[in-house]
Design a protein around this ligand. Structure first.
Ligand code: ASC
Length: 150
């Protein structure tokens, strides 16, 4: 029989990684998940960006629908930056896990900018959309500069 203290320690060692990464069976799944959410977000940013640049006509309902997707996606990637998921096929820099507070602050800043974009999209004011879109783009870029390999 194992002494109780050892079995408690063993249980903790086995259980801890799963409680931290409960939603993903493998780190590869976490990478795929966050890349998927960010990719969908980028697609819809591109659609709003085309309107902002005047390449597509402004349609309030269409922009609102794009921004609703962006807002949902903006909440998803962060739980998937699990420890040990800076895999070779990921562009995530190891700094993410060394600067967790700064990384989290960057993610929250982006979500705040997206909330402003959502308000602007609902207002129907294209100039407000343009301005808020710029804020989101800057928040995306700030994090990419610090935490994403080229
Ligand atoms: C986008 C998109 C990004 C960011 C970034 C901002 O629309 O796909 O990755 O904005 O280009 O600089």
């Amino acid at each position: 029989m194992r002494p109780p203290i050892a079995s408690i320690a063993l249980t903790a060692m086995i259980a801890l990684p799963f409680s931290a990464q409960a939603q993903f069976a493998k780190v590869e799944d976490a990478v795929k998940y966050r890349q998927s959410a960010l990719s969908v977000m980028g697609t819809h940013m591109g659609r709003v960006g085309a309107v902002v640049k005047g390449e597509r006509p402004y349609d309030k309902a269409a922009v609102e629908a794009d921004v609703a997707v962006i807002e949902t996606m903006s909440k998803l990637p962060w739980s998937a930056f699990v420890p040990g998921s800076d895999l070779p096929n990921s562009k995530a820099k190891p700094a993410i896990w060394k600067e967790q507070d700064k990384f989290k602050a960057g993610a929250e800043k982006m979500q705040q900018e997206v909330a402003k974009l959502s308000t602007a999209a609902k207002s129907g004011d294209l100039n407000a959309v343009k301005s808020a879109f710029g804020g989101v783009g800057q928040a995306c870029k700030a994090c990419h500069d610090d935490y994403r390999n080229k």
